[in-house]
Design a protein around this ligand. Structure first.
Ligand SMILES: Nc1ncnc2c1ncn2[C@@H]1O[C@H](COP(=O)(O)OP(=O)(O)OP(=O)(O)O)[C@@H](O)[C@H]1O
Ligand SMILES: [Mg+2]
Length: 152
């Protein structure tokens, strides 16, 4: 059931039955993105956030294997536009995120995809696309909800 999650946008739900399907949802989303787009990824360890970014990279025709930037915080890929892959797992406060220039990446002319994005708090722009990934009924199933605007 699709329930509007925000007055300016709806919520789109996908149930995926494996990593390839999660990548495919992201690949399709990438086609709609403009420079400056921010994708906030929410979900537990192993939910599939990096998997989703892999699909975004494919959609943006960015070269190189997409791996988790848990230690480096930021990984940049050159595609049809730049993809900034950011992992805030090791960040505790929004001011730490400002410390490494999160705001500057988001204002750059690329797509910024942020794992553990809730740690960025109010730094996320109102136009942020929030992607929530939750476990499904089986080991390989995931429930993806995409919303525009502040998370509810
Ligand atoms: N439907 C699915 N969608 C995405 N990943 C899936 C799915 N089913 C199984 N998986 C597996 O779940 C794991 C997801 O790992 P991934 O690194 O993308 O998670 P993550 O959310 O980035 O975790 P972390 O918080 O540690 O960065 C992979 O091993 C992937 O193969
Ligand atoms: Mg990850």
């Amino acid at each position: 059931m699709n329930v509007p999650a925000h007055p300016t946008g709806g919520m789109i739900r996908h149930v995926t039955s494996g990593p390839e399907e999660t990548e495919a949802v992201a690949r399709a989303l990438a086609d709609e993105l403009r420079p400056g787009a921010v994708i906030a990824l929410h979900g537990q360890l192993g939910a599939g956030k990096t998997c989703f970014v892999r699909g975004l990279a494919e959609g943006l025709r960015a070269a190189g294997p997409v791996t988790s930037p848990t230690y480096t915080l930021v990984q940049e890929y050159e595609g049809s536009m730049p993809l900034y892959h950011i992992d805030l797992y090791r960040i505790r406060t929004a001011s730490e995120a400002l410390g490494f220039g999160l705001d500057e990446y988001m204002e750059g002319g690329g797509v910024t995809a942020i794992e553990w994005a809730e740690r960025a708090g109010a730094l996320l722009p109102p136009s942020t696309i929030h992607v929530r990934i939750e476990p499904g009924a089986t080991e390989e199933e995931r429930i993806l909800s995409l919303t525009r605007g502040p998370p509810c």
